[in-house]
Every structure is written in structure tokens, then in C-alpha cells.
Design a protein. Sequence first.
Length: 208
Amino acid sequence: MEDVLTLYKRPYDPDVPLICMDETSKQLTREIRRGLGAKPGRPECYDYEYERNGVCNLFMFYEPFGGWRHVSVTARRTKIDWAHQIRILLRDHYPRARKVILVMDNLNTHTGASLYEAFPPEEARSLYERLEIHPTPKHGSWLNIAEIELRVLMGQCLNRRIPDAEALDREVCQWESQRNRVGAKVDWQFSTADARIKLKRLYPSLLL
């Protein structure tokens, strides 16, 4: 826990950006009856029945110090999918960064081995050497700031019915562009000192 909290206190360094990564899923639902459009004094109405149309995965990469985020919509969340997202992050978004500090949940898909499953050894090694991975502790995913940004995405953009992956991708891209344009940031204030006081029960006690 303190390892991640210490990262959040580091000064901003564009050559070694700090990126928080998280993922979630979105149930796609298609309307089966035409709703009633909004009118003055009456909100839009829609039927409570709907048709399930599959599930999509969303990868969130968020740079808390720079106010930048990127969300990718994928069909799955396998090791290979994660590896390709990492390559896009390093090659397309941070090609000049000497190293990228990556904070993410400690899942079995989030490992260097996934890069070797997806790419030739030379490329996998090249990508891995540009990463400094810091996993959140078990039951400590709340330390990942990208989780907060995902909740913002769900509340502002995805808390409604979206029929298919194409519509989901359009909506997410528009949300992402607007948030990046204004440089929206999460106001993270929890520190190591706070953890040692408020989470004292989680620290080992030394009985002398």
C-alpha cells in the first residue's frame, strides 16, 4: 500500500509518466420498443423491457498528474488483450517516455509473461523494459486512481442503455475527448501518513 501511495507523491516527470490502469465491463442492451421522446415538461420515456446484446470490456489508462486518459473498448479481457493495450500505450501514446510507471490491479493477466505470449521475445522484452510495474495489494484496488476515473465514466456516460460495441466506442471516445480537452484530474489526498493512522489495524504489531 505504501509503495503505491509513495508513487502519488513523486514530482511530475514527463520522461517517466505515472499511469494508472484499470478495466471494467459494460452490458450492452438493445431497445425492443420505441420510446417517447422528450417534450417540454416531460422527460424522455422508454420501456422497461430490453434485449441483451453481449458484454464489452473497457481498458482505462489514466495519467493523474497530466489529466490524460484513454479508454479502449474490446470484446475480451484476456492476457493477449492486455498485452496489446500495453503496446499501444507505449508505442502510440508515450513513444518518447524513457519508462512508464504502471499502477494496476494484481491480476494474472497483468504480468510481463502476457507480453511474451502475445509478441516475439525481442519485442516483448523491449516493451517490458520500458515498464515499472507497481501492483495494488490484495483487497487494495481502491488505491488505483484509474478506478475513480472509471466510476466517473460510468456515471457521466455509461449509466444508460447502449445497444452495441460501435455505439459504446463512439460514446466513450466523445467522453474521453471532452475530459482530455479540459485536463480533468482526480483530487487524490490520501497519503502514507493517513494510512498509518486510519488503517493502523492492517499493520503488523510488534509485541516486545
